[in-house]
Design a protein around this ligand. Structure first.
Ligand code: KIV
Ligand code: ZN
Length: 508
């Protein structure tokens, strides 16, 4: 069976999604999960775009051993030089050079002739080849370009040494049959195509990114560029979980493999959602909260009798934790440790003790503690590990008569206690105002969402917020059975991320 290279661009195209703000540590954490999942290539960033992106690509290049690490570069010598600097320590480095190829882009954006673009593309691939063997080339907006021109361009760059040629449907304009035909025609019209891997990079503006990528595989493409949860510029990119699971589930049709450890998919999805602050829609294929839930009586009856009556994928195959085992306040240390390890968390010593105390506190408030609750506890624990200010206590009074009032106590950077109180228009406003009096970092709240993690009146509430400071946005999350406390935790999380970025002198 042929192998399809899964080229993950969550950290580059995914990061281009409006409102995304990952710091270097967070990018590193996502890269490690991608490595665990066994993707072939991690596009770690666009090194020339910012010092933060350069540093992330550099650190990922050092850390990752089992995947190629790629840096994006415009077809410009300076970009390529910086990209090389960022990826040169990787065990398997790649540089991805791109230039616009459609008439629309050439005329209105690039203001270059077709000949100039052909010359630049070949010259810049040759420039990259001076540094490394593995060079990818993309003609941007290929699906709206003249196909004959794309064939010439690809012939030139392959002659110049490109080892992968990527066909971007940059604006998500193509339809599956049309895109598949384009890929087939590339094989027929580019005489040296046997010297390069044909890749596809589909955007989701018309909701067809995954379908287009899969049709391209049927027509001979051997690399798919995709992102976790389908995040990316505008409507996003082809979702990794969708293309991988389609290839796996319909092996009869595709007859190729991806080499992905599918059991890591759910964890990757949660991690990316948690760190980017982009929630996953409940009905999202493969990783949405409802993807394996059966509501209608007929479906439930079928699944109880034989799961494949209504389930084409075993949820455990993508790492969705089974929610059958519920823990409670009588569950002991061993049971908790065992459940943690089944969920992929290996904790010992002080880390385990802290998690166990948090679990017991939750079990006191909530009768049944589910896997999702435990995941949420672990995420909350991780968020509070490297804080400048820690929310130690919060007390709120509110109601339809009184004036909402909040008193907060924080533990500051030096370990000292700081306390203050404030009035607000509601309990969350009061809590945020009290925190502002202590932390004193000017910012604006731009987004605020509350969701319940599990069902029931005692469910954990998860609050997601976005704040803006000096034109940069920072996300924050907090989880607690009390949604005002969860809101305060989310605000502390966003403020700590803001302070950490400012102190590191990063732009994100
Ligand atoms: O969508 C696009 O065209 C891109 C290129 C840089 C490959 O992201
Ligand atoms: Zn793209």
């Amino acid at each position: 069976m042929d192998k399809i290279v899964i080229f993950d661009t969550t950290l580059r195209d995914g990061e281009q999604a409006a409102g995304s703000s990952l710091n270097v540590q967070e990018k590193l954490e996502i890269a490690r999960q991608l490595e665990r999942m066994k993707v072939g290539v991690i596009e770690a960033g666009f090194p020339v775009s910012s010092p933060g992106d350069f540093e992330a690509v550099r650190q990922i290049s050092f850390a990752i051993k089992d995947a190629s690490v790629c840096g994006l570069a415009r077809a410009m010598a300076a970009d390529i030089d910086v990209a090389w600097d960022a990826v040169k320590e990787a065990i398997s480095p790649r540089i991805h050079v791109f230039i616009s190829a459609s008439d629309i882009h050439l005329m209105h954006q690039l203001k270059k002739s077709h000949e100039q673009v052909r010359e630049t593309a070949a010259a810049m691939v040759r420039h990259a080849k001076k540094y490394l063997a593995d060079v990818e080339f993309s003609p941007m907006d290929a699906t709206r370009a003249n196909p004959e021109y794309i064939y010439q361009l690809l012939t030139d760059v392959i002659d110049a040494g490109a080892t992968t040629v990527n066909i971007p449907d940059t604006v998500g304009y193509a339809t599956p049959l049309e895109f598949g035909r384009f890929i087939r025609n590339i094989f027929e019209n580019v005489k040296n195509i046997d010297k390069a891997v044909v890749s596809v990079h589909c955007h989701n503006d018309l909701g067809m990114a995954s379908a287009n990528s899969l049709e391209a595989v049927i027509c001979g493409a051997r690399q798919i560029e995709c992102t976790i949860n389908g995040i990316g510029e505008r409507a996003g990119n082809a979702a990794l979980e969708e293309v991988v699971m389609a290839i796996d589930t319909r092996a009869d049709l595709f007859n190729v493999t991806t080499g992905i450890d599918t059991r890591q998919i759910y964890r990757a999805s949660r991690l990316v959602s948690e760190l980017t602050g982009f929630p996953v829609q409940p009905n999202k294929a493969i990783v949405g909260a409802n993807a394996f839930r059966h509501q209608s009586g007929i479906h439930q009856d079928g699944v109880i009798k034989m799961s494949n009556t209504y389930e084409i994928i075993d949820p455990q195959k993508v790492g969705v934790p089974s929610s059958s085992l519920v823990m409670g306040k009588l569950s002991g240390r061993n049971a908790f440790k065992q459940r943690l390890s089944e969920l992929g968390f290996t904790l010992s010593g002080a880390d385990f003790e802290r998690a166990f105390i948090a679990f017991k506190e939750l079990a006191d408030k909530k009768k049944d503690v589910t896997d999702r609750d435990i995941e949420s506890l672990m995420a909350e624990d991780k968020r509070t590990l490297s804080e400048y200010y820690h929310l130690d206590r919060i007390q709120v009074t509110c109601g339809d008569r009184g004036i909402p009032t909040a008193a907060v106590r924080l533990i500051g950077p030096g370990g000292g206690e700081l306390a203050d109180a404030a009035l607000g228009t509601g309990p969350v406003d009061a809590a945020y105002k009290a925190i502002n009096r202590l932390v004193q970092v000017p910012n604006k709240l731009t987004e605020f969402t509350v969701n319940s993690i599990t069902e029931g009146i005692d469910a954990i509430g998860e609050v997601f917020i976005r704040i803006e400071s000096d034109g940069v946005s920072y996300t924050g999350r907090g989880a607690d059975p009390d949604i005002v406390v969860a809101s305060a935790k989310a605000y502390m999380n966003a403020l700590n991320r803001l302070l950490s970025a400012k102190n590191a002198g990063q732009d994100k």
